[in-house]
Design a binder for this molecule. Structure first.
Ligand SMILES: Cc1cc2nc3c(=O)[nH]c(=O)nc-3n(C[C@H](O)[C@H](O)[C@H](O)COP(=O)(O)OP(=O)(O)OC[C@H]3O[C@@H](n4cnc5c(N)ncnc54)[C@H](O)[C@@H]3O)c2cc1C
Length: 371
């Protein structure tokens, strides 16, 4: 197969690279995607929460981006279903952000004060009201915010849908590790794997936690580090114990439609280490049982890890790489890459196809130009 006609070459086939590839291919771009792993493999670790309010620390550009992406999700999923032939859905009746201590309750009260004005439905519940909705919730849960719009998606299905929709649109998938780039002083001409050369008009770096490497090659600062998350699934067991996602400081439970409950997730700065640990598993189970005591009898179905791409200021890098005419980056989505995929794909297509200036807060140049 020849790749001479590639308009856009994307390094990285996680949820971000795939979403961009799909969007560009729908705009008739010839897209080639290179990943050293199976497409979507890396993003499969996610729990799949679409939770801008739960994840926001305050008003600002991140929250605006996350709310916009949530708003786009229903159309994104509908178009994906049409183009992939799969049956994705946004699941569940929403999220209960719960408080177990007086301190957590007061933090929820403060969050409610500013978040209730943002346009998403949000209401305060007492512990008793929580247990009326979710009878197995622990007695020590004393309050919650009910957020019906913050639902979830099954990441593995999402990634299968994106891969299939990309294939149907003619995106070419290449298995391999990009090791170098062929460049003039301002432009990239081709990317190189150990065995092949891939010419391109435009290059997109969507390398997740591995994106920093390209900063070194291009002489720009890409301050992204991996943040390991361990996560596990319990069950499946009947009867269904939980319908809402339960979310609290340092822990969450996401019910899957097959009766499993996903319990996440640790946050560990351990470089590119991807093993699960005894401590990680024990703490996830303890947190899960603290929210729903009946889970102590549930079997461990599986456990896995993922590397979140965390930027130094917690915001993604979106747009043209400073001083490089045809290199773009979309990386650093941290804990929210699944949520942010639809808006990221749309913004990046604007940047690539129309040279649009993206919101300054996400400008890759904010960490300095060429080193
Ligand atoms: C435990 C856990 C739970 C999470 N839960 C949620 C959640 O509930 N909601 C949410 O929105 N987000 C969640 N996330 C975050 C989300 O998974 C990430 O933000 C997202 O997957 C990042 O996607 P990405 O495409 O940028 O990176 P990745 O998925 O890591 O993809 C990057 C890809 O680039 C490839 N690559 C890198 N360098 C090269 C190279 N040189 N050559 C070829 N290929 C290369 C890698 O192989 C990889 O496949 C969670 C993450 C974890 C770990």
């Amino acid at each position: 197969m020849t790749y001479e006609d590639t308009d856009t070459l994307i390094i990285g086939g996680g949820v971000i690279g795939l979403s961009i590839a799909w969007h560009l291919s729908r705009e008739n771009q010839a897209v080639t995607m290179i990943d050293s792993a199976e497409p979507g493999q890396s993003s499969r670790a996610a729990a799949g929460m679409l939770a801008p309010l739960a994840e926001a620390r305050g008003p600002g550009p991140f929250l605006d981006l996350a709310l916009e992406s949530l708003r786009r999700y229903p159309d994104f999923v509908e178009a994906l279903n049409e183009e992939s032939g799969l049956d994705l859905e946004i699941c569940g009746p929403g999220m209960l952000r719960v408080a177990r201590t007086a301190e957590e309750e007061s933090a929820l009260g403060e969050a409610f004060e500013w978040q209730a004005k943002l346009g998403l439905p949000l209401c305060r519940l007492t512990g008793e009201e929580v247990r009326r909705l979710e009878p197995d919730t622990a007695a020590r849960v004393r309050a919650a915010l009910l957020s019906p719009a913050e639902r979830h998606i099954e990441p593995r299905l999402l990634l299968a849908g994106l891969t299939s929709a990309c294939r149907n649109r003619g995106v070419r998938f290449v298995s391999g590790s990009v090791t170098d780039m062929e460049m003039t002083s301002e432009r990239v001409i081709a990317a190189q794997t150990n065995s092949d050369r891939f010419p391109c008009q435009t290059l997109v770096i969507a390398g997740g936690a591995w994106s920093k490497f390209w900063g070194q090659i291009l002489g720009v600062s890409v301050p992204i580090q991996p943040l390991r998350g361990q996560i596990l699934a319990l069950g499946p067991c009947q009867p269904i114990l939980l319908r809402h996602t339960l979310y609290t400081h340092g822990a969450y439970l996401v019910p899957r439609s097959d009766g499993r409950i996903v319990a996440g997730a640790t946050e560990e700065s351990v470089g590119f280490e991807t093993q699960t640990t005894a401590y990680g598993m024990a703490s996830l189970r303890a947190n899960a049982e603290e929210l729903i005591p009946a889970l102590s009898n549930w079997p461990l179905q599986s456990a896995w890890t993922g590397l979140r791409p965390l930027s130094v200021d917690g915001l993604p890098l979106l747009g043209r790489v400073p001083r490089w005419g045809n290199i773009h980056i979309a990386a650093g989505h941290g804990r929210n890459g699944i949520l942010l995929a639809p808006v990221t794909a749309a913004l990046m297509a604007d940047s690539i196809l129309h040279d649009a200036k993206l919101p300054e807060a996400f400008d890759p140049a904010r960490f300095g130009g060429r080193l």
